[in-house]
Write a protein that binds this ligand. Structure first.
Ligand code: BV8
Length: 253
């Protein structure tokens, strides 16, 4: 168990009854073997995001974009949720109101049992018709042929993720923003806090008086503003936090 020392205030808030918001990023899935974006060995180290994660990139070379996302689907399908995902689902089971706002598109939170969640950047497991805009779930790890086509109209399908320069799904972001304004406790886990507007949510919560704690082995641009920074890996820190607050890990949402 990580030798983290959560403050008595954080333990009291975890034990308390106030509203909780958890914001997650790619760091939560790293211990499941899924690369993050901006760390050493991260996805953006080998690939320029502007060539695979923008509408213009998709228009210019849909095959390239699809190979990038199909690879990530295969990795995510082969991965398992880790103790960080399970701890967040266990916390959800003990708290109301509770919301998980994730930037992750890998589906591991859902597989760990999280239910009260919003996907700020969409999902690898949803496909959208580029002509009709209709979306559907598709769990197949490997799609063939690429690019996949709409069964209804034959138009190309795209991953239902939020690319750079694309607005976030309004309803999901509004729900996260409302939760940030109403939260007494916010846990920011495994995100570099560089991508907006998701990175603004902890600042909104701080401005509304929430106690914001950051869990990340590295400092981020948010670290100087939070009430507490826990410098460890989410898969170790979150179970330790729940243990300190007497919250059982095995209760799923
Ligand atoms: C938009 C696609 C309106 C899906 C992604 C304000 C200021 C500056 C720029 C902007 C701004 N507002 C808008 C922008 C532009 C842009 C932006 O923020 N750019 C940044 C890079 C400067 N934002 C947008 O374009 C957004 N849309 O604003 O629309 C608009 C409309 C028209 C024109 C302009 C604007 C859309 C944002 C979403 C983009 N899509 N990806 C996908 O393929 O997954 S973003 C990409 O980064 C991922 O989705 C990811 O979710 C997101 C954030 O990354 P993180 O999850 O934080 O991952 P990262 O690797 O960075 O960090 C991992 C962290 O984990 C590290 O800190 C590491 O230390 C830590 N860690 C590692 N191991 C562990 C760990 N932590 C705990 N435990 C461990 N074991």
């Amino acid at each position: 168990m990580a030798s983290i020392a959560p403050s008595p205030r954080l333990v009291a808030l975890l034990r308390g009854r106030g509203a909780v918001l958890v914001l997650t990023g790619a760091g939560v899935s790293r211990e499941s073997g899924i690369a993050t974006f901006r760390d050493g060995g991260g996805l953006w180290e080998g690939i320029d995001p502007m060539t695979v994660a923008t509408p213009r990139a998709f228009a210019a070379d849909p095959e390239l974009v699809w190979r990038f996302y199909d690879e990530r689907r295969a990795h995510a399908a082969a991965a398992q949720p880790n103790p960080a995902h399970h701890a967040i689902a266990a916390l959800e089971a003990t708290r109301r109101p509770f919301l998980l706002a994730t930037q992750n598109v890998d589906g591991l939170h859902e597989r760990a049992g999280s239910r009260a969640l919003v996907r700020l950047h969409g999902s690898l497991w949803r496909l959208r018709c580029t002509a009709e805009g209709t979306e559907h779930d598709d769990p197949t790890p490997r799609l063939a042929p690429l690019p996949p086509r709409c069964a209804a109209c034959g138009a190309m399908l795209r991953p239902a993720v939020v690319w750079f320069e694309e607005p976030l799904p309004m309803a999901e972001f509004d729900r996260a923003e409302r939760a940030a304004k109403a939260a007494s406790l916010v846990l920011v886990v495994g995100t570099s806090s560089l991508v907006y507007p998701a990175a603004a949510l902890p600042l909104t919560a701080l401005a509304a008086g929430a106690y914001v704690a950051e869990i990340n082995p590295e400092p981020t641009p948010l670290t100087a503003s939070v009430r507490e920074h826990l410098p460890g890996e989410a898969g170790a820190v979150l179970p330790a936090l729940l243990a300190a607050a007497g919250i059982p890990m095995d209760r799923a949402a």
